[in-house]
Design a protein around this ligand. Structure first.
Ligand code: HEC
Ligand code: HEC
Ligand code: HEC
Ligand code: HEC
Ligand code: HEC
Length: 190
């Protein structure tokens, strides 16, 4: 009886180990750092956020209040492009999408696996600059994933800044009364 339980446990442990190795391996292959796909419209962050200094939050207005920063709908673009460069072929594509009431199929660049939870507002309201996680966006002609976005990456920033429970603060100069759990599995996985 005991032997059966032992074999059962060992088998289960082996299966779990194999599954976690497979997950790790597939993540490594799928790690998207440097991913820079072609987009359906040649939109440039360099032109908008760099040369013309349009604030990130003008277009990504979701980032302050909620989980998602969001991609702006085409009518936000038309605030300017109903006048600026309105006959450029790329802007004509924009107008056609609006006329047909079709969303633009922007290709998503940053994506965490479904089992991990990330919330923009937690970070943006704490004054973490967009660029710490997305790189020098204002210089990018085409959007690119600059950082690895792995669990180790999240944790190492939290460790550096002392985003952890008070008893683990040690010598870090953080507000020791703030109950915060940047190392809790459950804050990022649920
Ligand atoms: C004029 C509007 C506009 C401004 C201003 C703007 N963006 Fe964007 N952003 C877009 C659009 C449209 C896309 C989708 C197309 C693309 O990926 O290039 C996008 C995509 C992104 C993405 C990638 C989303 C994904 O697919 O994962 C990030 C990250 C981003 N922007 C960050 C920023 C940052 C940081 C700033 C300020 C430095 C900024 N943006 C300023 C319109 C804007
Ligand atoms: C606040 C004003 C503003 C907004 C909002 C804006 N743009 Fe622009 N856009 C500009 C300016 C300024 C230029 C540079 C025009 C020039 O080169 O003379 C430009 C240039 C462009 C160009 C290059 C056009 C060409 O042929 O040279 C594209 C494409 C473009 N924008 C797409 C977009 C898209 C897509 C959005 C919405 C996500 C957007 N823009 C939102 C101001 C804006
Ligand atoms: C602490 C790191 C961090 C900061 C700071 C941050 N982002 Fe992100 N951003 C991410 C991660 C991680 C994702 C992928 C989220 C996912 O797939 O659930 C992401 C995704 C995005 C996307 C894709 C659409 C979406 O909402 O998921 C856009 C656009 C974006 N960020 C823009 C911004 C802008 C603009 C700022 C600054 C105002 C900003 N981000 C600040 C980490 C960050
Ligand atoms: C600050 C946020 C954060 C915390 C805290 C966190 N994780 Fe994660 N975890 C992530 C993200 C993001 C991913 C997806 C990216 C990746 O796979 O590296 C992930 C991936 C994973 C994976 C997938 C396997 C792998 O290595 O890719 C496992 C298993 C996991 N986490 C377990 C845990 C456990 C157990 C804890 C608590 C000890 C924990 N996580 C705490 C953010 C976090
Ligand atoms: C560049 C630094 C940095 C990176 C990278 C980063 N974070 Fe954070 N994170 C912070 C800061 C700073 C706070 C604390 C905000 C505050 O003081 O309220 C925070 C807080 C959090 C919290 C809230 C914890 C609580 O108890 O309220 C969660 C959840 C979280 N981050 C998840 C993530 C995940 C998931 C990732 C990776 C995808 C990530 N973070 C990457 C800096 C970072």
């Amino acid at each position: 009886m005991l032997r059966k339980v032992f074999i059962g446990t060992a088998l289960l442990a082996t299966i779990i180990l194999i599954i976690s190795l497979i997950i790790q391996e597939s993540r490594r292959v799928g790690s998207n750092q440097g991913y820079e796909p072609d987009q359906p419209i040649a939109y440039s962050h360099k032109v908008h956020a760099g040369d013309n200094k349009i604030p990130c939050l003008y277009c990504h207005f979701g980032a302050e209040q909620g989980r998602h920063a969001g991609i702006p709908p085409a009518n936000v673009c038309m605030n300017c492009h109903s006048k600026i460069k309105k006959d450029s072929p790329e802007i004509v594509k924009l107008r056609e999408a609006i006329d047909k009431n079709q969303p633009i199929d922007w290709i998503k660049v940053h994506r965490l696996p479904d089992f991990a939870y990330f919330n923009h507002s937690q970070h943006v309201t704490a004054n973490v600059p967009c660029q710490e996680c997305h790189g020098p966006v204002e210089t990018m002609t085409r959007m690119r994933q600059d950082q690895p976005l792995t669990m180790g990456w999240c944790i190492s920033c939290h460790r550096e800044r002392g985003i952890m429970p008070p008893e683990e603060h040690q010598d870090l100069n953080r507000d020791k009364t703030k109950a915060i759990g940047g190392m809790d599995c459950a804050k990022c996985h649920y």
